[in-house]
Design a protein around this ligand. Structure first.
Ligand SMILES: CSC[C@H]1O[C@H](OP(=O)(O)O)[C@H](O)[C@@H]1O
Ligand SMILES: Nc1ncnc2[nH]cnc12
Length: 290
């Protein structure tokens, strides 16, 4: 049995996690480059917590400038078994209002200028992404929300766009015609990389705006997002704290195999693998490569 270590990636407006025992920011080096920030090591009721602000403290990194590989690599090195992403997002449907929380269960990846895989020439792997969200973590989040009396929308498609500019109205309407639910700029390639790292992943998307499609609401801007985030962040922190308190101390095997994804993914045979790449993959894939 593996001990659970709960990772939290905090998005826009979510740069700290208060109420933790034994907090200590630690620098973790990664062969994939610089992560967004140091990782906050702490615990809640004995459960190890690892927190990483996605854009760095001070929100210095743009969604396209985040080194998602380094972030996931350092979280893996910090022992994370289960990772909750907390993000601001725009609503693509009337039923999602600013202030609402959505637990997406699908993604559409429209990002195009980011490194999206730890693998490549010299060690090729194809992990399954049919179910990008790990169901036990999703259920644990749902339960924590219920306990804390925080309303959440269960499921939904999160469209990840490249940004940093917000969408044009035509794009926003296109994503609506695809039946997408919310839009953001960061959950991809984060979710893909977590899957490659055999880390269970789930996302809490906090609605801040109606993007630019809604006739009765003005187009999204950062000032409006930050205003909504002020209220949302405390709620998200309460949700995460409850999740941690009630989280199983032993990591349960993922029913869809998110925590074993590499066992059936690597196609390059051992004799054809590039030793340099293998060295970089030590933390991410050492379990199956060694
Ligand atoms: C501050 S507005 C746009 C910004 O907010 C979201 O960030 P995150 O997903 O990290 O909460 C969105 O994806 C954009 O990066
Ligand atoms: N409308 C929007 N589009 C993209 N990312 C966002 N983050 C918050 N609101 C957003």
């Amino acid at each position: 049995m593996t001990t659970s270590v709960l990772g939290i990636v905090g998005g826009s407006g979510f740069y700290h996690l208060p109420g933790l025992a034994n907090p200590e920011w630690k620098t973790i080096e990664s062969p994939w480059g610089a992560p967004s920030d140091d990782v906050l090591f702490a615990d809640i009721d004995g459960l190890p917590i690892r927190f990483l602000p996605r854009h760095g403290r001070g929100h210095k990194l743009s969604p396209g400038g985040i080194n998602y590989r380094a972030n996931i690599d350092v979280l893996k090195r910090a022992g994370v078994t289960d990772l909750v992403s907390v993000s601001a997002c725009g609503s693509l449907k009337k039923k999602y209002k600013p202030g609402d929380f959505v637990l997406p269960d699908q993604f559409i990846d429209r990002t195009f200028a980011r490194e999206k895989s730890f693998f490549g020439n010299g060690c090729v792997a194809h992990v399954a992404m049919g179910d990008p969200i790990s169901p036990l973590l999703f259920k644990a989040l749902e339960k924590a929300a219920k306990t804390e009396e925080i309303d959440v929308h269960r499921g939904g498609v999160y469209l990840a766009m490249e940004g940093p500019q917000f969408s044009t109205r035509a794009e926003s309407n296109l994503y609506r015609s695809w039946d997408c639910d919310v839009i953001g700029m960061t959950n991809m390639p984060e979710a893909k990389l977590a899957r490659e790292a055999e880390i269970c992943y789930a996302s809490v998307a906090m609605v801040t705006d109606y993007d630019c499609w809604h006739d009765d609401h003005g187009d999204v801007d950062v000032a409006a997002i930050l205003e909504v985030m002020k209220d949302n962040t405390a709620k998200a922190q309460r949700l995460v704290a409850r999740l941690a308190r009630d989280f199983p101390r032993e990591h349960p095997a993922c029913p869809i195999g998110s925590d074993r994804s590499l066992e059936v993914a690597i196609i390059t045979p051992p004799e054809a693998r590039d030793p340099e790449l293998l060295k970089k993959l030590e933390a991410i894939a050492g379990r199956v490569l060694l």
